[in-house]
Design a protein around this ligand. Sequence first.
Ligand code: ATP
Length: 318
Amino acid sequence: MKKIGVLTSGGDSQGMNSAIRSIVRTGIASGFEMVGIRRGYDGLMEKDFTILESKDVGDILYRGGTFLRSARSEEFRTEEGQTKAVNNLKEAGIEYLVVIGGDGSYRGAAELNKQGIKTYGLPGTIDNDIPLTDYTIGFDTTLNVVTEAIGNLRDTMSSHERVSVIEVMGRDCGDIALHAGIASGVDAILVPEIPADIQKISAKLKDGFERGKTHSIVMVAEGVGKAEDIAHQINEYSGLDTRATVLGHIQRGGTPSAFDRVFTSRMGHKVIELVEKDIYGVALGIEKNEITYHSFEEIFASEDELNQNLYKVFEDLV
Ligand code: ATP
């Protein structure tokens, strides 16, 4: 019986469990033996393998995080680490390996692919910073978590007539800030892809308060800078009472949204279809609501760009 391994790597994201469940159950239904690899590439080098039956992935669909756990591994970046991983996979008879993770995890999967393991990538990151997919696993849930947190902050900010500067995750990608900012009706969105004029934003916020607004929210993607510094600058320019909030790791938590559950279930199904067709060395994505796949090389050669049209939508709303 052919064996398929599955692991989660890098930062965890809501929906990874749902993806594992789908891969395992579809794989079993198609006659494969499914092997879970714990703690990402570390577990691969340490042979931390476990056979997964259908019941083992019960009760995880609605849980955030990853029950296989995740890790960042320095050793795996080395040639020796990768050789160890390849030898362990071959010894265990695992011919195919599904890696759920971000860009770094994809690079690791691409290396293994070059060394004879048939690998697949699923975009497991809340940041939505992977090219050739409209959404990554957990992004939608994170937007809901951020939007709810902002709703709670809004209540207190409004009582004290303050400007709230909220820092969200995303590294060099402004997608969380842009999408959650629109969903929350914020007054300004600062993203790494578009230079911002803090002085101009401050003047606009001041004008808003003079017209009777009781609170304002400025959304900052972490790649732009620290919320504390930006809050300070706004206060200097406008004299308004400003407060900085860093949402931090709560953004990775929460039960996966229905969207994340459905889309990961579809991806898990597709990856088994690709195994059956013996197509490998690819990462899956969702484009225009179709589950698609591209070679790792194509993904590495592509840029993930901010949706400028969406930014324009925001600009016309404030
Ligand atoms: P996230 O976007 O959530 O941080 P990620 O997959 O990008 O996820 P990384 O820490 O960059 O997270 O990568 C995860 C692991 O993948 C690393 O700890 C390392 O073991 C492996 N990895 C990263 N880059 C490479 C590379 N160039 N070659 C081989 N392995 C790599």
